[in-house]
Design a protein around this ligand. Structure first.
Ligand code: ACO
Length: 354
């Protein structure tokens, strides 16, 4: 299959937002290495940095504006929650966001708040009133768990949200930019991003990472379990990446956030054994491809340690990545040119009349 079928190495946008250096294992967000942001600046400040010059920042500061917008989102979304009861978190989130009325300015702040509130409602299965005095991460975790959260837990979720803020032209960001390029508007582009994120080859992987750890059970089972999966032709969730040829730097940033949360769990010991077995097996079987640990492996461990149910991991990913999608949408809109590639027709042609 020609590489262009997966758009490998095709440059489809210019961006000032983030740069993924796959050979060096480096992620730069608005001129800053990701390691210098995570754990050092809160989600609101990282978002303001990302949006700078593209999206107007509220005079009262993003943290205050987001708090107020979460309350507004509660009023708009809470009546819709009963209709989501039979839905898994991402479809529930899609439903809630699709039901939003047309928004007045500031649209980006309102959409970012709504994405967080919709994710929390979709994961918790109920509407909990936001607390605008809290930081965004602390409030989302409180709404998900239905009780106050410790400062260390809020800090860990904040670190996660900053880690996944933006990541070049990944599949969901590309989907959002394609929709933005048609001038459909940021709400439509956000939902497109969410739909693209859902699949297990992209943001749907961390729940299955936990399923994998459960299936392995004990550290000593890891090599045989991994071998059986690969023999069966299945992919190991949390490994491999289109761009990174070395370890995804976000894996280590999240592993450090997990360590800051404290307490070494049996699950972490198991995870390290599975990671070692997976890397050894992938190296042996896919020599030259350089498959390594990606962000989703430690996402699973961190969000699990925070008491987020595994079915909700992708919805929470979307809540954070919305900040990146919205910035890309603005950048794409400013470009003012529709994204419209070609396909190569390989089907039959009509018979030529004699
Ligand atoms: N486990 C086993 N084999 C793998 C894995 C994996 N995790 N990843 C890639 N491979 C294999 C492929 O099957 C392929 O083998 P083949 O050449 O014999 O057919 C070979 O390695 C090359 O891989 P590609 O398909 O070229 O990798 P691609 O860049 O298309 O896919 C992807 C990247 C989708 C992330 C892939 O590595 C994968 O499926 N990983 C597991 C799911 C996952 O962790 N997703 C989260 C990604 S991070 C994110 O999006 C936030």
């Amino acid at each position: 299959m020609p590489a262009a079928i997966g758009l490998d190495d095709v440059v489809a946008a210019e961006t000032v937002l983030s740069h993924v250096d796959g050979e060096a294992g480096r992620l730069v967000v608005r001129g800053h290495d990701i390691e210098t942001l995570v754990g050092h600046v809160p989600f609101e400040q990282a978002t303001a940095l990302l949006w700078d010059g593209l999206i107007d920042l509220p005079a009262e500061g993003l943290a205050r504006a987001l708090g107020a917008a979460r309350l507004e989102a509660y009023d708009r979304l809470a009546p819709l929650v009963p209709a989501t009861r039979a839905l898994a978190p991402v479809p529930a989130m899609r439903f809630l966001l699709a039901g939003l009325p047309t928004m007045e300015a500031p649209v980006a702040v309102r959409l970012l708040a709504a994405a967080g509130v919709a994710a929390a409602f979709a994961i918790a299965g109920k509407a909990v009133r936001p607390d605008p005095s809290l930081g965004h991460a602390a409030d989302l975790l409180r709404m998900i768990r239905g009780r106050p959260v410790a400062a260390a837990e809020a800090a860990a979720l904040d670190a996660y949200l900053v880690t996944i803020l933006d990541h070049g032209l990944n599949a969901s960001t590309f989907a959002a930019r394609v929709v933005a390029s048609t001038a459909a508007g940021p709400a439509a582009a956000l939902i497109a991003g969410l739909c693209a994120l859902e699949g297990p080859l992209h943001g749907g992987a961390p729940g299955p990472v936990l399923d994998m750890l459960d299936a392995v059970g004990l550290p000593e089972n890891a090599p045989a379990w991994v071998a059986a999966e690969l023999d069966a032709g299945r992919r190991l969730m949390g490994f491999g990446h289109r761009i990174y040829r070395v370890r995804d730097p976000r894996a280590d940033v999240l592993k450090a956030a997990l360590a800051r949360l404290g307490g070494r769990s049996a699950r972490l010991t198991l995870a390290e054994a599975v990671e070692a077995a997976a890397l050894a097996a992938l190296e042996r079987r896919k020599a030259g491809r350089r498959l390594d640990t990606n962000v989703e492996f430690y996402t699973a461990l961190l969000l699990d340690a925070l008491g987020v149910p595994r079915a909700g991991f992708t919805a929470l990913f979307a809540a954070g990545r919305t900040a990146g999608w919205l910035a890309h949408v603005r950048e794409q809109e400013a470009r003012g040119r529709i994204i419209r590639p070609q396909s190569r027709y390989v089907g039959p042609l009509p018979a030529v009349a004699a």
